[in-house]
Design a protein around this ligand. Structure first.
Ligand code: GLN
Length: 460
């Protein structure tokens, strides 16, 4: 049924980069056989899932949305991929994304944009926009994403679904093509909070193949999603997130969600996190710095594209030609920024300073969590914007992640859950109406269960 749905609507949505019906049906038959052989399979066995094209898959191509990896077939499965298979999930295909996960709209994909199912002239968020659109358009009940600065929560918010960034290190990065290694976090998308918890549980947990993987039990996320109450909890509203730059339609839904939490028995207090204002600039030094180092491996020798290798050119010339043609503008912009920030003599001024800001943000979180159980904010300042609107304005694009980035810099968990639709005329001057708004719930490190508990209460 999901393959039929994909065939019917993906021409319009373009959520998928790769779907192969035969591979899908073979996986489904294999799950049936395992079940028939008496294997104990988990609650998601047989459930189809759309998989972000940043995770390696041994039976499907993996491009990370880049021309430089066109046609590459990885020799191995990412840990997340392997665990989906172990749990009996059936991988429908690979989803579209901003190139190497750099972006907030999926317009930076080398393979063309994905469209928001709510309004096909608008973006589905990014970088995991193929994954959010696939779930919102009922092409898949579940999908995977990665969140380095907001790439799960922001697309979830603007497509009206649930998206969770787990605690950094809670799920393995092995086989997940690296963007900024100290921030990259795999996580789930679903249409409800419990489904997201079941998926997170299926692929999380310690992996010796990832040196930053946490060797502790996975927080009780499924139990928390089932519990779905906020009685006795204290909820902190982050003072710095709101006001100027936020659409009134977003703030109206956010304020209602806060009132709802109060009516359900939570104590609501205002909390100031003064250093959160520096999260965006710090991120745009750290993420490009790490990306400039990680993307050095795309050297035309090891994977995918190779340009100009006609026997007359040096290896260096072939590398330069391949990288010039294989990388898109945003990726090049970040490599240049990052290389500059890491240059000898500039460390103290840029990268070192950004790392200090990171510590200050962690202290803001620590101080806040002495008083409250969770922090809340709108997930995004605006609803889904029109395709093309911010394509030539990187600064405007970067603002989409204003509220999500602090949790990446510190490794904290955070979820986005739908909290209604912006009303007609309230979405910011362009007639935006009826578009989804997301509520972000932030927790301490390894407090993932709290996000699910509060998120499920709001959903109910
Ligand atoms: N939009 C942010 C960026 O472009 C975050 C992307 C992400 O989380 N992968 O870097």
């Amino acid at each position: 049924a999901h393959l039929e749905r994909i065939a019917a609507v993906d021409g319009e949505i373009h959520a998928f980069l790769h779907v192969d019906d035969e591979t899908v049906l073979a996986q489904a038959r294999a799950v049936d056989e395992r079940r028939a052989a008496g294997e104990e399979l988990g609650p998601l066995a047989g459930v189809p899932i759309a998989h972000k094209d940043v995770f390696t898959t041994a039976d499907m191509p993996t491009t990370a949305g880049s021309r430089i990896l066109e046609g590459w077939r990885p020799p191995y499965d990412a840990t997340v991929t392997a665990r989906l298979r172990r749990a009996g999930l059936v991988i429908l295909g690979k989803t579209n994304m901003d190139e190497f996960a750099m972006g907030s709209s999926t317009e930076n994909s080398a393979y063309g944009p994905t469209r928001n199912p709510w309004d096909r002239t608008r973006i589905p968020g990014g970088s995991s926009g193929g994954s959010s659109a696939a779930v919102a358009a009922y092409q898949a009940p579940l999908s995977t994403g990665t969140d380095t600065g907001g790439s799960i929560r922001q697309p979830a918010a603007v497509t009206g679904i649930v998206g969770m960034k787990p605690t950094y290190g809670g799920a393995s990065r092995y086989g997940m093509i690296a963007f900024a290694s100290s921030l990259d976090t795999p996580g789930p998308f679903a249409r409800n909070v419990l489904d997201a918890a079941l998926l997170q549980e299926a692929f999380s947990g310690y992996d010796p193949m990832d040196s930053t993987s946490i060797d502790k039990p996975v927080p009780p996320v499924v139990e928390a999603a089932r519990r779905a109450d906020v009685a006795g909890m204290t909820v902190g509203v982050v003072k710095e997130f709101g006001g100027e730059g936020y659409q009134p339609g977003v703030l109206a839904r956010f304020n209602e969600a806060v009132e709802l939490l109060e009516s359900l028995g939570a104590k609501v207090v205002e909390v100031s996190c003064p250093n959160f204002s520096y999260a965006l600039p710090a991120y745009y030094l750290i993420a490009p710095s790490e990306c400039s180092s990680n993307l050095a491996r795309f050297d035309a020798m090891r994977y995918g594209l190779r340009v100009g290798d006609d026997g007359t050119r040096s290896a260096e010339e072939v590398m330069a030609l391949t990288r010039a043609e294989g990388f898109g503008d945003e990726v090049k912009r970040r490599i240049m920024l990052g290389t500059y920030a890491l240059s000898s003599g500039y460390y103290d001024a840029y990268y070192g300073k950004a790392q200090q800001v990171r510590t200050l943000i962690a202290r803001d979180f620590e101080a806040a969590f002495e008083r409250v159980d969770v922090l809340v904010s709108p997930t995004t300042p605006t609803t889904a914007f029109p395709i093309g609107e911010r394509a030539d304005d990187p600064m405007a694009m970067y603002l989409a992640d204003l509220c999500t980035i602090p949790s990446n810099l510190t490794g904290n968990a955070a979820i986005s859950v739908p909290c209604g639709l912006a009303e007609a005329g309230s979405g910011g001057g362009d007639g935006t109406t009826g578009l989804p708004v997301g509520l972000q719930i932030m927790t301490p490190v390894l407090g993932d269960d709290r996000a699910y508990r509060v998120g499920a209460a709001v959903e109910k």
